[in-house]
Ligand binder design. Sequence first.
Ligand SMILES: Cc1cc2nc3c(=O)[nH]c(=O)nc-3n(C[C@H](O)[C@H](O)[C@H](O)COP(=O)(O)OP(=O)(O)OC[C@H]3O[C@@H](n4cnc5c(N)ncnc54)[C@H](O)[C@@H]3O)c2cc1C
Length: 343
Amino acid sequence: MSAETCQCLVWTIAEQRDGALKDVSFELLARGRRLADKLGTGLASVVIGDGVSREAMTELVERGADAVYSVQDPRLAHFVCEPYSNALSGLVSAYSPSVVLAAATSSGRTLMPHLAVRVRAGLTADCTELDIEEGTGLLLQTRPAIGGNIMATIKTPDRRPQMATVRPRSSRPLPRDPARRGIIVDVPVADSVMDGRVRVLGYRKDADGSGCVEEAGIVVAGGKGLKKAENLALVRGLAEDLGGVVGASREAVDRGWIGYPHQIGLSGKTVSPRLYVGIGISGAIQHLAGIKTSEVIVSVNPDPDANLHKLADYAVVADAFLFVPELRRRLAARKMEADNHGE
Ligand SMILES: Cc1cc2nc3c(=O)[nH]c(=O)nc-3n(C[C@H](O)[C@H](O)[C@H](O)COP(=O)(O)OP(=O)(O)OC[C@H]3O[C@@H](n4cnc5c(N)ncnc54)[C@H](O)[C@@H]3O)c2cc1C
């Protein structure tokens, strides 16, 4: 169904950095497409930012959108909650979508509650499953509750839109289909969109700016077992070898060894990588809350009773200061061998 012939009642919020769309934008479209098809409606993606190219927006169409609402302005280049929420609430009022989905990233988790208050709607955060209820057409929003012991399914019978955030990397993007057609709607940005109480003084790059842990396919995380800040170099080195991103326990962050954006767990980020390696991390329940959805978990800890070992697919009972350098040496040897064979 195309945007010309139907209203798009299901929306996803795309994310961009420096004008490049993040993968999570396409993951959300895969979720949204399924819901829109079940409801027999169209799917729209909203892009707020600056410098997002026509090609990038066409990719949103090729991966499932019927319409793209493009809200572009140099003043929206970086995520700031109030202007983004102003822009979105204006669009929601104008087009009345039934479902709005965003990623459970730092910006999605900040924006959606703000928007929910603005439009007087509910919000279910961190959903793992989304579906449409037979008969009523209501959005079924499923998420872990009571410390992960039960899965709760939440419905929003009265308020609209039905709003949910979804964990990054919890679904695969649809393959690109160059035959898909959709429309790109340029939304003008009124000066009032920029109204807000936040004044941005500048942006500072994270010293460990190797990437965002939430979206990383490989995460190598360090904890208090590393003893001191300099030893985090072990973790950084292994992360680099594996093409991954550095994460940390709260103990490591509280000691000032690494910045808060790298903290994984209940009061930090939730990660869902293909591979998570925890080095010198005991596996406190608050840390495990952030890594449970990782595909493969490796734990490196000399204590055989460490909690993280119990959850791990590979529990390495070893001293990190001996094991990690040896692992890196072997990875380097294997890489050299592969290079020599022209693989
Ligand atoms: C409300 C609340 C929210 C919290 N949120 C978070 C959160 O978001 N994220 C988080 O991580 N924590 C969080 N915590 C803290 C959490 O309870 C733990 O204190 C913390 O996760 C422990 O960090 P750690 O594993 O690095 O340190 P420790 O628990 O001290 O573990 C260090 C581990 O290193 C091992 N070790 C020692 N020497 C070596 C060596 N040579 N090689 C390898 N391993 C070694 C030890 O055997 C030990 O298991 C929260 C706590 C509360 C109360």
